[in-house]
Ligand binder design. Sequence first.
Ligand code: PLP
Length: 421
Amino acid sequence: MNGWLDEAKKKDEMDALKQFRNEFYIGENVYYMDGNSLGLMSRRAEQSVLDVMEDWKRHGIDGWVTGERPWFYMSEKIGEMMAHLTGAAPHEVLATNSTTNNIHQTVRTLYHPTDTRYKIMADDLNFPSDIYALQAVLDDCGHNDGLVKVPSEDGHLLNTETIIGMMDESIALILLPSVLYRSGQVLEMEKITQAAHEKGIIVGFDLCHSIGAVPHHLKEWDVDFAVWCTYKHLNGGPGSVAGLYVHEKHHDKGVSLKGWFGNNKETQFDMNHTFDQAADISQYQVGTPHIFSMAPLLGALEMFREAGMGNIRSKSLELTDFMIAMIEDVLSGYDIDIVTPKGHEERGGHILIGHEKAAGINAALKSKGVIPDFRAPSYVRIAPVALYNSFEDVYHAVMILKEVMDGKLYEEFDNKRGVVA
Ligand SMILES: *Cc1c(COP(=O)(O)O)cnc(C)c1O
């Protein structure tokens, strides 16, 4: 066992990103492994919130256009800061609304059904909110039978050939996840986009589980649009404002949800009743931006620029490699099933393990300071995060899991999920 501890310590010493851990608030004897649900708070995020509050205190209404962080341009500014995470140009990326709102906005804008081409493709494993939004758009457009879902053979993974095989002349638009929120599988975004375009289909991805964990090349791959939240790997805090990308070739289309913040900024305050749509991604805004829910991102995103997505991805893969290898060694024979694909090309930033007592195991882990999350009916998701987790954290998390299994500590907890799981 000590071999694993020695190896963890050695890896921590060589870790090129180790200084970032000190930037975060991490509880004592807490092994936080839930950064894919809610990233931890950093000192820089805290400071940027205080700075924005100070601007309000000092400038009042003039805070919209004065100071270092004028509110009027903050959605675009944070979009620019996120551009390198997506591989898109700064004028194609924006911070606005929530992920679900942004699905309504982008899909309703880019979906132009005809009598024969009116279907939207998603998948059986998708996050419910994405499906609700897609179904609502279809219902609105009189195509309530238009949702096509790619099936999964094993209930965990999707097959690229199956996805491509289902693309036909009846499909108008596709929305798929980049990384599946349960199994952690990464989809082959470039290949899927290329195949869809050959069939004349618009393609978008939900990057909620990949942004800040996996690099993207959306522009190079010619992806039409993408949406993501900023409170998971990007550490923007609960309910922080979401992101979206729309390829510039679509910026001449009239946005669906129109509001004065989607207007050309030069004429916005002319207060005309004719909508003068902004020329760039700014057009996707609707109403007044949620400044305090964007403020933490000003600080949090700086660290992604400094660390670099290549380094973040390398360390993330090393962390999950280490965790998988250790679980396979220390916990072999405990009926713990590693669901996440093992190949680097095939997995994102978290791993999913299965066990029939998963809810009890999750609760027992939390009682001992290890914070993963439970996914019904029998899975635990664990995300060691590159910016703030160490290899020693992973070591302790696995050793505590072993303690929970050896002592059957899960029997002390109900084997069911909480209100928020
Ligand atoms: C987290 C997540 C969401 C959340 O959407 P909100 O509108 O921010 O609540 C949506 N889709 C996926 C795939 C997610 O992982």
